[in-house]
Design a protein around this ligand. Structure first.
Ligand code: AMP
Length: 194
């Protein structure tokens, strides 16, 4: 089973990705984690993307395509995977279709964890106010910028999957458990899981 998880920054995407990985024994493919690792290790790639990420902008598609193609070449993805943070724009969605068509695999579910934008903004501000800021891009002004990028670049991708009839919009305003339950109910309805 292969899944894409969408959510604006602050929507709880990471938390739900972790839930799904454990519940359905999937591999997580997070382009954000891969890029953060490269920055931490100060690789050539890391140096190229550090400022872009710190500003909350999108890393160039070429870099993302190469990360994704390499990752999908590994054997473990046969278990089923969940994309977290990819695709982020229409070009990436189209490229993903090409790649998986070539590999003879398909996407089973696309989930959008939908959160009210005003509430999201206040969540973002609260989160940034909390002392323990663990991510460089986790300050309120950058998060607001990331929200703008999400609206401008990533929202059209939702329409792309809606037209393909594989988009499920999940109310992201409930508790973490409620959101998880809603997602797993949809999966279990369509997919026989042990
Ligand atoms: P995330 O952890 O998914 O929120 O990603 C953190 C940052 O990494 C983003 O704000 C972007 O700068 C970059 N990034 C992650 N995934 C992508 C992607 N698919 N396309 C472009 N940039 C990305």
């Amino acid at each position: 089973m292969n899944i894409i998880l969408f959510g604006a920054p602050g929507a709880g995407k990471g938390t739900q990705a972790n839930f799904l990985i454990n519940e359905f024994d999937l591999i997580q493919i997070s382009t954000g984690d891969m890029l953060r690792e490269a920055v931490k290790l100060k690789t050539e790639l890391g140096k190229q993307v550090e400022t872009i990420m710190a500003n909350g902008d999108l890393v160039p598609d070429k870099i993302i395509f190469s990360l994704i193609s390499d990752r999908l070449n590994k054997e473990d993805i046969k278990k089923g995977f969940i994309f977290d943070g990819f695709p982020r724009n229409l070009k990436q969605a189209q490229k993903l279709d090409e790649i998986i068509n070539d590999m003879n695999i398909k996407l089973d579910f696309v989930f959008h964890i939908d959160v009210d934008e005003e509430i999201l903004t206040s969540r973002i501000e609260n989160r940034a106010k909390q002392e323990k800021i663990t991510r460089k891009d986790d300050t309120s002004s950058i998060l607001i910028e990331r929200l703008k990028v999400f609206n401008r670049e990533t929202k059209p991708v939702l329409e792309y999957y809606s037209n393909k009839k594989i988009l499920n919009v999940i109310d992201g305003m409930g508790t973490i458990e409620e959101v998880s339950l809603n997602i797993s109910m949809i999966i279990k309805k369509d997919f026989k899981v042990d």
